[in-house]
Design a binder for this molecule. Structure first.
Ligand SMILES: [Zn+2]
Length: 203
């Protein structure tokens, strides 16, 4: 799949797509970025799915300082200014929660339509499959997305058996598990900004 678009398989008009999108990284954390071949039709710098997912993950209460930076400078400072309609839509999905932080401050949480989160995570997984296993065609695989609660137990007892990597300290961490004969990666676990965790199963 190295010389094919990772989303549609086309060999024409190829460019490079960032996995995750470059706009998820503060400028000083843009190292070890992953890119894969993508055709001009499938390539989008930051799609609506990406934007919704970025808003959702950077709005998390326990986000990293990198997430806080993106929220302040890219979401509030740029996206919302550019599109008042987007801001209104996000406001509508804002829910008050009973969660309080260490200082006792109450926070809001934002919801994201499931299908948008799924689209984003499936696209991301296809890119990572091609990055780690260029010989595998990710297009016709099945993908199942689950949101996880990031607990220490999960990280210490399950994910320590997985292979781990990170892109941009405090932005994106991921784990992957191979099947027994090492032929295929069947589980991916992602953490964005240390606050939002997801699992994608591939079959
Ligand atoms: Zn394509």
């Amino acid at each position: 799949m190295e010389d094919n678009c990772y989303l549609c398989g086309s060999t024409e008009n190829l460019t490079r797509d960032h996995i995750p999108p470059k706009g998820f990284f503060p400028p000083n954390k843009r190292y070890n970025l992953v890119t894969v071949s993508c055709c001009g039709d499938c390539h989008k710098v930051l799609s609506l799915d990406d934007e919704a997912f970025r808003i959702f993950t950077t709005a998390q209460i326990n986000r990293s300082s990198e997430g806080a930076w993106i929220w302040k400078n890219k979401v509030m400072g740029s996206s919302f200014k550019r599109s008042p309609k987007l801001k209104e839509n996000v406001k509508k999905s804002l829910i008050r929660t009973n969660l309080t932080d260490a200082q006792g401050l109450q926070h809001s949480a934002i919801t994201i339509p499931v299908e948008r989160a799924e689209k984003f995570l499936i696209r991301l997984t296809k890119g990572l499959i091609v990055h780690h296993r260029p010989e595998i065609n990710p297009i016709n695989k099945k993908y199942k997305v689950t949101m996880l609660k990031p607990t220490q137990d999960l990280i210490d007892n399950t994910l320590n058996k997985f292979r781990y990597a990170e892109i941009g300290d405090g932005v994106f961490r991921y784990w992957r598990a191979y099947n027994n004969d090492e032929e295929f990666i069947y589980v991916w676990v992602y953490v964005f900004y240390d606050g939002a965790m997801f699992m994608v199963e591939v079959s």
